[in-house]
Every structure is written in structure tokens, then in C-alpha cells.
Design a protein around this ligand. Sequence first.
Ligand SMILES: [Zn+2]
Length: 425
Amino acid sequence: MKYFLLAIAVFLFSAEIQAQNFDNYFIDNALRIDYVFSGDAASQTVSLDQLNQLPQWAGRRSNLSQLQWKGNGQIKISDEKSGECIYMDAFSTLFSEWQTTPEAGNVRKSFENTFLVPFPKGKVIIEISLRDKTGKYTSAIKHVVDPNDILIKKKGLKNLPAYTLIHQGGEVSKCVNVAILAEGFKADEMGKFREYAKIACKQIFNHTPFNNLKDKFNFYAIETVSEDSGVSVPREGKWNSTAFHSHFDTFYSDRYLTTTHVKDIHDAIAGIPYAHIIILANTDVYGGGGIFNSYTLTTTGHEGFKPVVVHEFGHSFAGLADEYFYESDVLDNTYSHDVEPWEFNITTLVDFSSKWEKMLKAGTPVPTDVKKGDKYKVGVYEGAGYSAKGIYRPAVDCRMKTNTCKDFCPVCQNAIEQLVKFYTE
Ligand SMILES: [Zn+2]
């Protein structure tokens, strides 16, 4: 009986945590925390840069202290008085990708990272933890934030850029809010930008399960103006002055288009309700990049625009891994074959039961022969995450593998659906 009562008490306690009300701890504003991540291949430091207050919270209001995916890093907010975790989120960074490049063996570098969390009512402890090569999360910084601190800078109250709501699924508080930004578009090119933003939105909704979740998304097209038309292409000696200073040749990889000026992105759209970011670059050069809970950046003028914007959104929004592999890819050190990656759509088979094992038809061979792809729509196919060996993907083809595939594989579809439910229910 004693144990039974204890079990009930534990159940009620966890039910209370589950039902934790947003309004108990937060006001309807965002706390934007700017950090600098620095280091090299072997070491990393996270330092606080600036605290900012935005006039609206456009992120999730449910499952506040839970995580859907683990990410390469995590941000945790605890109530200072009780120590209770009141909010968590996961992320990846360009910095952690850079740490796997040869350059990181020779020099230390710093990268901006910005996180949005709901604005706390009382003092909170904020902690950033980073995942190491063994899959363990280690605390990188822990600091107290007092919401009454006069140096928390208020932003987004005036001089907002022009923007249009291009898809409205519902109220800000009940939807995933996505900002689509212009990069390398001059003031007189905004008509063109708005058309590309509508195409990007339409392409996302052309994919399952987004097509069934239209009422869970709001998309905004934000007319962030650049001085020059087009973005920088360093290998051609071309450096343009653009809103977010993006360029190709990130880590010397031709098609990798990114920006390290993360604060400029967030400053430009402060005051507009957003939780996820897609930046559309005005260029016909092929490429793009997508970083989980940071941003998608992709090109508009290339014929690959339509599938690529959805692929990159698969990274930045849904935390999906690349299912492709090339022998010569510069990021081929990304995954240790001895550790289960956190991304749901790839596995090293170290802990396959945490992945899509339940979705396999009875009798599916593990690994699965690609020649049997017709028989096993969901299998365990070798070659993914930039490696031809030791990492496995769920399907022969997927939006996360090629531009020619028509849709996400069933496992990616399942992962996206789970995540949207997590954010909105
Ligand atoms: Zn997939």
C-alpha cells in the first residue's frame, strides 16, 4: 500500500510538471540571449554577450520542460528559488560543424549564437550544455538572469521592416511561426522576393506531413533590404554588401551558403512574431544550409530551389540529418560510428530501438539490401550522414537524400509530425 501511495504521489507530481502552465513562470514576451561560442577542435567556451527583450513570445507554450530531440546543444531554464526546470530547448550550431573541419585543428574561432526563450517573471538560472563526441552533454555556461535587470535591451518596438503574412494557420500562440527573410534583395526587388517566399511556403506544404498540418503554421515574408543585389561568392572574388553578410564556400565547401552574423538576423526581425527562420538568398548559384533551431539559408534563382528549401527546412525546423553521403565530403568526421546520433532519421545501430525500429515490417532484414527497396519502404539502408559505411538511413530515397525524390521518407514524415505535435499540442 505504501508503495502504491508513493506511486500515486509520483504520478500526480509528474502530471503537475507536465501541465505546468506557461503563465506561472513567463510573460508573453521573448528573452533573446546572445552568446559567443569559441574554441577549436579540442576545446570550447560559451560566453554571454547581450540580453534582449522582444515584445511577443512566438514559440511553444506546451511541453515546456521537455525536449523532442536532443540536439548538439541544449538550453535549460530553471526557476532560481525552487531549482525546477521550467523550459528547455535543443539546437545545433555552425560552430560545432566547424569544429570537425581541418581548420579547427590549427586555430581558435568564435561564432555568434542567439536563442529565444519565453521571458521569465522571476529570477532564473540559464544553462547551456554541449554534446561531446561520446554523446554526453556537458555544461558550458550557467548564469542567473534577473528579469528586472535594466541592461536587458528592449528591441522590436519601432522601425520594423515591411512584412506580410503569406500563410495564416491560426493564432500566434497556437502555431509554429516561421519568418522568411530576404538576403541580397535591393529595395526595388521586394516584389520578386515576395514571390519566392510564397513558392517556398507552397513547396513546404507540397510535402507530407506539412500538407496535413497547414493549420499549425504561420509564415511571414519579411522585406529585409540589402545594399547590393546578390550574395557573396568568395571563390569568384565576389563580396557583396547584404543584410546578413552570407556567403558560399563556408568551410571551403562550394555549395555551403551560411552566415555567422546571427545577431543581425534577429535584430532585423525583432518585433515580428517568429520562432523559426528561413532566409532566401537572391542568387542563381546552387547551394544552401540549414542548422537545427538556428536558420535555413538557401538560394532562389537556381532550379534546385524548390526541393532544396524544403530539405534545408528539414534540418533547421525538424532536426533531420542528411541521408546522403559522398566520399569526398568535407564534413565526413561529423558522426562517430560508435555513438548513436541524436537525429531521428539516421542510425549507427548502437541504439536502434530509440529510432524507427518499431516502423519496420516484420521480417525486414537489418541492414536492408538497397535492391530490396521496393519490398521494404522502411528499412535500414547503409550510407547516410556523409558516410558510405557504418551509418544507416530509413529508405532508399528521401527529401533528406536527393533533390529528385518527391517527398520525405516515412520515417522523416513521422519525425516531423511528432515535432509539430510537440510544439503545438
Ligand atoms: Zn528520410
